[in-house]
Design a binder for this molecule. Sequence first.
Ligand SMILES: [Cu+2]
Length: 96
Amino acid sequence: MKKLIFGIFLSLALCGSASAESHTTTGVIEHVENNGITLVIKHEDFPDFMGAMTMPFDLLDSALSDGLKTGDRVKFTIQKTDSGYPIVKISKIGGS
Ligand SMILES: [Cu+2]
């Protein structure tokens, strides 16, 4: 059963990377806005996409920001959609 579930995740991941433009970098959360739907992040370079800056990012799902707060250092991925580049994956790194 576990192998089957892993296989499904793997195929979804492979489909996603083949069809959608995405970029991953790290940064620090400066503000949590709109009930957690928007994060203002001071981010590092996205290689071959965007230089380091502080800017707001919308989340694909507000649940992605559960447990995150101002000052957290995060690794996150944005993905191109019809409406922009929302964060599709984000996790806290380092610290406590
Ligand atoms: Cu930026």
